[in-house]
Ligand binder design. Structure first.
Ligand code: FRU
Length: 475
């Protein structure tokens, strides 16, 4: 068992591999984001939390708030285990009209799963600072062995809940957040692992509104272990119908994007997504101490109409720009082999590049800590595939590389690469492809190199930034 400091603020966030611009708890174990809600000027981030250890155990809801989704303040634990069980994943809604009768004058209501797979309610009337459990918990019994992770939203004059039920998603409705009726169930006959952490929301493109059903599946993800999936369809307030039956897409092709879910109570048209940046295949073993587990960079989602159909695109939230310190700008560089870019080095990086592929068979970027590549991103032009290799990232049980399909856009690819002390997030072609991966490089400082193979590529533009630590201004 790891030594946990008595004073949570004692962590300086300067331990090896500590994320510098992603949220991680000051100490202890963290998994899924929970109860994502914007309320009274604050983005709340609750999370699956074991404060007494760096491995998964009795779950609490940890709590942090932010005004911009980048700079976070950790608050005291919001929900503790009780006689009904420990506190698994769930949702928070704003109940402005006090439909629940629990929050006179309006307030926050949390719906979460107990470890017994029953569903409970808690409420807060002080901006999420303190929480009271509902006296008649649980409000929904365990109808299945794996029956958990409610996400609730207001739609068409009632509350709608999506809930994982083994290898399907159940839909429930309620007038008051307390009495729920099962109205439909969605399953695809998909035999993969257990379905967890569902979410459902509308998105509009070119005047057409589609509903996105997002959920996590563990195992069977393309990069191994678990991953987040989505289906595109329609929802009439009771039933979700897929546009193409059985067509369930992967939201991220890297190994470390799980239990992703979106914010409630955000202005219409905006959808903000956060996931746990790990994988149950090895989450309990990654080489960190004091803390374990971090969130992805919060991402703004959009819907795109592509030749293959409707697809979600992801873009890091704009507030990340506030951390940028320019390292350099390049234009029209011809690359016909390896090319070191000495100015691009550091522990945290934000790199944007547009590349015309010309006649190269592969183009990529590698980040090394000296002789060894810590991580290598490469695009195979004939195969139309993006690969990330993290084989030299120091972790023997990691799957060493993973591959994702990517169509070039008029002979070009555009990349946005975020590098933190133990992660890399790659967004390609305006976020139509994203790959999220933990990496644990041996040395702190990474050096960047671009390369082209068997021909030439042209880097039309490249902008690189160092990102300031979000913890540096803390006292
Ligand atoms: C997903 C999950 C959820 C569950 C929670 C427990 O990662 O397994 O289904 O509620 O984690 O910590």
């Amino acid at each position: 068992m790891t030594h946990i400091p008595d004073d949570p603020s004692a962590s300086l966030h300067d331990e090896p591999y500590r994320p510098q611009f992603h949220y991680s708890a000051p100490y202890g174990w963290l998994n899924d984001p929970n109860g994502l809600v914007y309320y009274d000027g604050e983005y709340h981030l609750f999370f699956q939390y074991h404060p007494h250890s760096t491995v998964w155990g009795p779950m609490h809801w940890g709590h942090a708030v932010s005004t911009d989704l980048i700079q976070w303040e950790t608050l005291p634990i919001a929900l503790y285990p009780d006689h009904l069980g420990t506190i698994f994943s769930g949702t928070v809604v704003v109940d402005p009209a006090n439909s629940s009768g629990l929050v006179p004058g309006g307030g926050l209501v949390a719906l979460y799963t107990y470890s017994t797979q029953t569903q409970g309610v808690a409420y807060s009337t002080d901006r999420g600072r303190t929480w009271t459990k509902y006296t008649d918990n649980p409000i929904i019994p365990a109808l299945r062995p794996d029956f958990r992770d409610p996400k609730v939203f207001w739609h068409d004059r009632r509350w709608v809940m999506v809930l994982s039920a083994g290898q399907s998603i159940m839909f429930l409705t309620s007038p008051d957040l307390l009495q729920w009726e099962v109205v439909s169930e969605f399953g695809s006959g998909y035999e993969g692992g257990v379905w967890e952490v569902p979410d459902l929301f509308p998105m509009t493109v070119d005047g057409i509104t589609k509903w996105l059903l997002v959920f996590s599946v563990n195992p069977t993800a393309p990069a191994g272990g678990g991953g987040t999936r989505y289906a595109v369809g329609n929802f009439d307030g009771r039933t979700f119908v897929e546009d193409t039956p059985g067509k369930i897409l992967w939201l991220d092709w890297g190994p470390d994007n799980y239990a992703g879910t979106t914010y409630n109570n955000i202005a219409e048209g905006r959808r903000l997504f956060v996931a746990w940046m790990s994988n149950w295949a090895y989450a309990n073993k990654v080489p960190t101490s004091v803390w374990r587990g971090a969130m992805t960079i919060p991402r703004a989602l959009s819907l795109a109409k592509t030749s293959a159909g409707y697809r979600l695109a992801q873009r890091p939230v704009d507030a990340l720009h506030n951390l940028r310190m320019p390292l350099g700008t390049w234009e029209n560089i011809t690359v016909d082999g390896p090319l070191a870019l000495d100015a691009i080095c550091g522990q945290t990086l934000d790199i944007e590049l547009d590349v015309a592929l010309a006649d190269a068979t592969a183009f990529g970027m590698s980040l090394s800590t000296g002789a060894e590549d810590a991580v290598r991103i490469s695009y195979d032009v004939p195969r139309r595939e993006m690969t990330i290799h993290r084989s030299d990232a120091g972790i023997p049980y990691f799957n060493p590389s993973f591959v994702a399909p990517l169509e070039p856009d008029d002979g070009q690819i555009r990349l946005r690469i975020l590098v933190d002390s133990s992660s890399i997030e790659v967004f390609a072609n305006d976020g139509l492809l994203s790959l999220t991966s933990q990496v644990f490089p041996g040395g702190d400082i990474l050096h960047a190199r671009v390369f082209a193979e068997h021909g030439m590529a042209c880097v039309r533009s490249l902008r690189a930034y160092h990102l300031r630590s979000i913890w540096s201004e803390r006292t």
